[in-house]
Design a protein around this ligand. Sequence first.
Ligand SMILES: Nc1ncnc2c1ncn2[C@@H]1O[C@H](COP(=O)(O)OP(=O)(O)OP(=O)(O)O)[C@@H](O)[C@H]1O
Length: 240
Amino acid sequence: MTLLTIEHLDVALGGQRILEEVHLTLERGEIVTIVGPNGSGKTTLLRSIIGSLPPSRGSISKAPGLTIGYVPQRLHLDATLPMTVSRLMGLPRRHSAREIEQALARAGVTEHANRQVSDLSGGQFQRVLLARALLESPGLLILDEATQGLDHRGTADFYRQLEQVRQELGCGVLMVSHELHVVMRTSDRVICLNRSICCAGTPERVAASPEYRAMFGHDSQDALALYRHHHAPTPLELSS
Ligand SMILES: Nc1ncnc2c1ncn2[C@@H]1O[C@H](COP(=O)(O)OP(=O)(O)OP(=O)(O)O)[C@@H](O)[C@H]1O
């Protein structure tokens, strides 16, 4: 089932065209990751999809009744304001205690429900934001650099949790990430964005494309090596 269809999308901001002729579809149960250099329009694309930026041309169609859960790039909270995790979960919309408990469980942070938000580590906080996005049991989960600032272990744990959420809810996942090695391991499809989509497909296909290599240079080689290591051991590895 197709959750999202984007056709001929242009978005202009401050008189400048930020996105141009973007086409994209996303199916139920898929994990699709958008990669691209800083300023290439990734957040702009996500914000257009959630409806906070209007297209200047083209269309964004969603499956009827589709609910979207959004994990923003950053959420600034006043550290001096006392606020428990449960309270944050009930803002801006109230939810029942049971819904909150279920969302926290899905994000693997039930034990933090009564803690002060300001006391959480970066990884715990990101999972609480994930829990918040899961409150409506979304058909599509959108994450904008959700693991920014987390260490290697925190990032791996976060993606493991995300995979579990995808299996439990059967939702589609669309995310932005700069962590190429994780992207290559965890995505069904990768989209390289640089104002327009310059290449797209399975991680292996994208990693082999000249556009991707030109964009990410040495990092792209490292990410591909890690991806191959994870998915298919070489004859040398098998014999050792
Ligand atoms: N409200 C705005 N008005 C004018 N220009 C904007 C606005 N918001 C973003 N831009 C510009 O649009 C371009 C794309 O920004 P966007 O945040 O979508 O990039 P990004 O790919 O998500 O970058 P990063 O990897 O750094 O997060 C940038 O040049 C940015 O300066």
